[in-house]
Design a protein around this ligand. Structure first.
Ligand code: 2P0
Length: 335
């Protein structure tokens, strides 16, 4: 019997957004993206290959994976099996330490942890770039979660790369979790829908690369104001493209707009606060370490905000010792 191998990866939030694929079959992105990995918002995943198994067995958060989740996980495991020249099936278990309804995509940290644990469990010793490419094929934002700090994924790129370390800028990302609306359209479907129906999709493709460059330059120059303003424009440009789809893709809820208002007011008061939104109603606010307490407290008092999660820039994904991993996975019971 092979050993079970464990890995941890942290969630990430894009400042320069990815929305749209250059190649659907290979899952290559149409625009470059830039993200911040978030410390402490983690997925822990265990993988054990076992010649006695007839099928892959996958448990997420203590319950069997749905058919759709299973297909995506098996596709990644198939990629690992091809690289390792193996046909053994695997037992996979995975938990997030952040609330599922927090609006933080679990696919980024989840597929990053899975790619790292599965490749190591199969006896491969891949470079971080090769693990990132495996994760990217499953979910493009997952490519970025292999690396700590500030990370980019180029348009059409196989793998993500770090562009600045976690201590490059003293910031916090605050996640203002809002009341959930009806079940949102998933990102994978949503971006294809925009590509096919939004007249603004072409404009998004035309303008996103220059905005990415501006955001990257501002980051390297430690210019938080330009970084924050560029980040807000990237999010709103992406949402404009979504709204112009038919039928429209509207992820905003009343609380989303209320938070955007509050963020503008905080800036008017001289605090560092810049907003970004993904495929959901929650708002993530980039702020300085100095202003983080004041901004978090202001966000908590906005009507419709259920809670505010806080995260500093996070670390690289890493393999974990079993004892360390099992304390995270322990809540799910069985091995
Ligand atoms: C991002 N999002 O850059 C953008 C902004 C959501 C909005 O990447 O189809 O789960 O699996 O490659 O990575 C979420 O989309 O999509 C995402 P797939 P993914 O963070």
């Amino acid at each position: 019997m092979n050993d079970e191998v464990f890995a941890r990866a942290s969630a990430n939030i894009a400042l320069a957004k990815y929305w749209g694929k250059a190649d659907v079959a290979r899952n290559l992105t149409a625009v470059p993206s830039l993200s911040l990995t978030l410390e402490g918002l983690d997925t822990v995943t265990g993988v054990r290959f076992d010649a006695a198994l007839e099928d892959d067995e996958i448990r997420l958060g203590g319950t069997p994976a749905s058919a759709k989740e299973t297909r995506r996980v098996v596709a990644l495991l198939d990629g690992v099996r091809t690289l390792a020249g193996s046909r053994q099936r695997a037992r996979v278990r995975s938990v997030n330490n952040f609330p599922t309804a927090s609006g933080l995509a679990s696919s980024a940290s989840g597929f990053a942890a899975l790619a790292l644990a599965a490749s190591s469990a199969a006896g491969l010793s891949l470079s971080p770039e090769a693990v990132s490419a495996l994760a990217r094929a499953a979910s493009a934002s997952a490519a970025r979660s292999l690396f700590g700090g500030w990370v980019m994924l180029g348009a059409g790129a196989e793998a993500a790369e770090r562009i600045a370390s976690a201590d490059h800028l003293p910031v916090e990302m605050l996640v203002a979790v809002t009341t959930l609306g009806p079940k949102a359209t998933g990102s994978t479907e949503g971006m294809e829908h925009s590509r096919h129906t939004s007249p603004y999709y072409a404009a998004w493709l035309a303008h996103a690369p220059a905005l990415f460059e501006e955001i990257r330059s501002a980051l390297l120059a430690k210019d938080l104001i330009t970084l924050g303003e560029g980040m807000e424009q990237s999010a709103l440009m992406m949402h404009a493209c979504m709204w112009a789809s038919r039928p429209p893709l509207i992820y905003f809820r009343p609380a989303t707009l209320a938070i955007l208002d509050r963020v503008r007011a905080l800036r008017g008061d001289g605090l560092a606060a810049y907003a970004t939104m993904d495929a959901g109603p929650h708002v993530k606010v980039l702020t300085s370490v100095t202003d983080a307490d004041a901004v978090a407290s202001a966000l908590s008092s906005v009507e419709g905000v259920l809670r505010v999660l806080r995260a500093r820039p996070g670390r690289d994904a890493a393999l974990l010792r079993p004892a360390e991993a099992l304390s995270s996975l322990g809540e799910t019971g069985e091995a």
